[in-house]
Design a protein around this ligand. Structure first.
Ligand code: GSH
Length: 216
């Protein structure tokens, strides 16, 4: 691998950056991990705000470029390492559907889930970015039911994103455990990259908890 593809991921365990970490594992590329202890509030300290003024993870550095926003990081990484074949390239008939489901995650699914979790009514239908929750969910589950992956037979970075997101949103009862969702979650969750990140996150979370308890 050329050194000019070396990336640094800013990560905190069991957060949205766990998805980006899973993608790096799935790509099988070397990376540097910069871990933030959110229990100690490190994401809001000046050192990190100088990297990402939003104080959020994930963030990715590649050379002088800063990439924030989970979906942007997914798109960026999957294109940076085309040999892993996790992103249909420009010109591939699946490129459009791939971009559709990536952006649907950030533009429709997350706002709908957050509105639901905080018991906020959606904006009026024509203004709401996701319409209403039921339509958003049915659109997604109709696609998942075609399976086995979002792009049919082809596993892609979109499945790394959605597999992780549907795992935690069903776990917290923010999304119903419909058959199309649970079988997809099982399929996506069976990948070795997911187990590796789960183990790493458990180790980091325990260390963060201990550091906060001991005041170090
Ligand atoms: N729109 C951002 C959201 C990122 C986000 O909210 N991350 C949470 C962790 S899951 C975070 O960093 N929270 C820390 C804070 O706001 O203090 C993305 O998609 O990457």
């Amino acid at each position: 691998m050329n050194d000019d593809r070396k990336v640094t991921l800013y990560h905190s365990p069991n957060t949205r950056s766990s998805g980006a970490l899973t993608l790096l594992e799935e790509l099988g590329v070397p990376y540097e991990l910069h871990v933030l202890n959110m229990k100690a509030g490190e994401q809001r300290r000046p050192q990190y705000l100088a990297v990402n003024p939003m104080g959020k993870v994930p963030a990715l550095k590649h050379g002088d470029a800063l990439i924030t926003e989970q979906v942007a990081i997914f798109l960026y990484l999957a294109d940076l390492f085309p040999e892993a074949k996790l992103a249909p390239p420009i010109g591939d008939p699946l490129r459009g559907p791939y971009l559709r489901w990536m952006i649907f995650y950030a533009a429709c699914f997350e706002p709908a889930v957050i509105d639901g979790a905080t018991q906020r009514d959606p904006a009026p239908l024509p203004m709401s970015p996701y319409g209403d929750f039921e339509t958003m969910l049915r659109t997604l589950t109709d696609q998942l039911a075609k399976g086995p992956y979002l792009l049919g037979e082809r596993f892609s970075a979109a499945d790394v994103l959605w597999g992780g997101a549907l795992t935690w949103t069903t776990m917290f009862k923010l999304v119903p455990e419909l058959p199309a969702i649970t079988s997809y979650v099982q399929r996506a969750g069976a990948r070795p990259s997911v187990a590796r990140v789960k183990a790493k996150d458990a180790e980091l979370a325990a260390a963060h908890e201990a550091a906060v308890s001991s005041g170090t």
